[in-house]
Write a protein of this length. Structure first.
Length: 436
C-alpha cells in the first residue's frame, strides 16, 4: 500500500514496551504484541497550542477551504489529533455536540450538577463519527484500497458514511441477527459491502483482522490508533465548554473500551500541554451481561477475563474488548474506576432520559444508570459536577424502546404503554378525560 510522509510530530508507540514506529506505517500492534498509540511530540506542541488557539477557532468565519477546521469539533483540535492539511480532511462535519441538563433527571439520579454530552447528535447518530473522520482521513492519506471493520452497529454506520464521502470501498463484518435494524440500515444505505458472520462480535473481529492483514485492507476498528485520536475530541470539547475548568467526573459506557482509552489519553495530554490544571475522574460503566473489564477490575487486573456477552445494550455487547490495556492505563491516569449495571437499570435509565425529551439508545443509558448507582453508593458526591456520555441516538435501536414500553419488559418502571381505543368520539373523550 503506498504511503505518504506523516507529520514529524507524531509516531506510533507501543504502550507496553514503548517501541516506536513511523506514523505512516500500516500496523496496529507492536512486534511485542502490545497496542499502539498515536504519540504526539508534546514538547514540540507546547508552544504551538493553547486555550486561546482553540477558543479562537470557535468564532472563526468558515470559508470553502477551512470549514472542517472551524465547523468540526474534531478538527478544531487537529494539532493534538492529526495535523492533516485541510484539503485531505474527510469531514461532514462532526462534533460540537450539546450538553443537556434537566432537573427531573438530575433529581432521579441524585445529582445537583449533572450534564449529558449527547454524542448521538453526530452526523450518523453516534460518537463513532469523531473517530471515523480521522481514521478515514488517514486511510485517504495512505491511498488505502479499501477500509473495513467488525461492528455491532454504530461503527459500521459511521465507516460506511465516511468511506462513501471519501470514495473508498467499505467492508463491514457484523454478527448475524445481533445488530439493531437502525444501524444495519445505515450501513446498507451508504453502500458498504456487508457480511453477516455466523457468530458474535468477537468472531467478526477475529475474521476482519485476518482478512485485513492478508489483503492489505485498512482496518478501522478501535484497534486502529488513529480512530481513537478522533474520539479524544469529546473530552477536549467538554473541557473547552467548561472554560478549561474540568468537571469532577466523566462517566461513560464501556464495551470495546475505545472511548475509555481515548478519554484518558486526552486528559493526560491536556494536562501535559497546560490546557488544564487537574484531571477529572473517569468511571467506565459496563452491562452486567457484558462485563469482562469490570470483572478484571474486581481482581485488580491480576487476570484478564473474557465473557460470552449478552445484554440489551447491543453497542457494548462485547466479551473481549480490544482496548483493554489502554483502558487500564486510563484508570491509572485519572484515578478511575469501573462498575456494572443490569439491563433493567439500563432500560429504566433510558426511559428517564427519553422521558425528559433527550433520548438515547440503550448503551448510552448505561452511563446514567452508573452515575445513579455510584451516587447511591457514596462514590460520587451529589454536589460534584458529573458529565455522563450518551453515545448513540434514540433511533439507533427502536426495537428495544418499543419492547420496553409495550410489555416485553414486565418490570419496566416507566413504561408508556399505548392504549387501545374504539373508533368512537365518546370513547376518545373518556380516555382523554382520564389522562388530562
Amino acid at each position: 500500500m503506498p504511503v505518504t510522509n506523516a507529520p514529524t510530530t507524531i509516531s506510533l508507540q507501543c504502550i507496553r514496551c514503548q517501541n516506536s514506529y513511523p506514523a505512516d506505517e500500516v500496523r496496529y500492534l507492536c512486534d511485542c504484541g502490545g497496542l499502539l498509540d498515536v504519540w504526539h511530540d508534546l514538547e514540540a506542541l507546547r508552544p504551538q497550542v493553547s486555550r486561546g488557539l482553540f477558543d479562537g477557532r470557535l468564532s472563526g468565519a468558515p470559508g470553502p477551504r477551512v470549514a472542517p477546521t472551524v465547523n468540526s469539533g474534531v478538527w478544531r483540535y487537529r494539532e493534538i489529533i492529526l495535523p492533516a492539511t485541510v484539503g485531505n480532511i474527510v469531514s461532514r462535519p462532526e462534533g460540537n455536540t450539546p450538553l443537556y441538563e434537566h432537573p427531573r433527571l438530575s433529581k432521579w439520579v441524585g445529582s445537583a450538577c449533572l450534564f449529558l454530552k449527547h454524542e448521538g447528535e453526530n452526523p450518523t447518530g453516534s460518537f463513532k463519527d469523531r473517530g471515523m473522520t480521522v481514521g478515514v482521513t488517514q486511510a485517504k492519506l495512505m491511498d488505502a484500497r479499501a477500509v473495513a471493520c467488525a461492528s455491532t452497529g454504530n461503527t459500521s454506520a459511521s465507516l460506511a458514511a465516511y468511506a462513501a464521502l471519501a470514495g473508498i470501498p467499505a467492508l463491514i463484518f457484523i454478527p448475524a441477527g445481533k445488530i439493531a435494524a437502525g444501524k444495519l440500515a445505515q450501513a446498507l444505505a451508504y453502500g458498504a459491502h456487508t457480511f453477516q458472520i455466523q457468530g458474535d462480535f468477537d468472531d467478526a473481529m477475529q475474521l476482519v483482522r485476518q482478512v485485513s492483514n492478508e489483503m492489505g485492507i485498512y482496518l478501522l476498528n478501535s484497534l486502529n490508533p488513529f480512530r481513537l485520536e478522533g474520539q479524544k475530541s469529546i473530552v477536549f470539547e467538554i473541557l473547552q465548554g467548561f472554560h478549561w475548568q474540568p468537571p469532577d467526573w466523566i462517566v461513560l459506557p464501556a464495551g470495546n473500551l475505545g472511548n475509555t482509552a481515548a478519554f484518558g489519553k486526552a486528559l493526560y495530554e491536556a494536562q501535559q500541554l497546560g490546557l488544564v490544571d487537574r484531571i477529572p475522574r473517569i468511571a467506565a460503566v459496563q452491562a452486567k451481561g457484558a462485563s469482562p473489564f469490570y470483572q478484571s477490575y474486581q481482581n485488580n487486573f491480576a487476570q484478564r477475563t473474557t465473557v460470552k456477552a449478552q445484554t440489551v445494550a447491543t453497542a457494548i455487547r462485547i466479551g473481549n474488548p480490544v482496548s483493554y490495556e489502554r483502558a487500564i492505563r486510563t484508570l491509572g491516569w485519572t484515578n478511575g474506576l469501573v462498575t456494572a449495571v443490569s439491563d433493567e437499570e439500563i432500560m429504566d435509565a433510558k426511559a428517564m432520559i427519553d422521558g425528559v425529551g433527550i433520548g438515547c439508545e440503550p448503551a448510552s443509558a448505561a452511563s446514567v444508570a452508573g452515575i445513579r448507582q455510584l451516587i447511591a453508593n457514596g462514590v460520587i458526591k451529589p454536589e460534584e459536577t458529573v458529565i455522563g456520555i450518551l453515545t448513540g441516538n434514540l433511533l439507533k435501536d427502536p426495537t428495544a424502546t418499543v419492547d420496553y414500553h409495550t410489555g416485553a419488559w414486565p418490570d419496566a418502571q416507566f413504561a408508556n404503554r399505548p392504549v387501545q381505543v374504539a373508533a368512537e368520539i365518546e370513547a376518545v373523550r373518556e380516555m382523554l378525560a382520564q389522562r388530562l
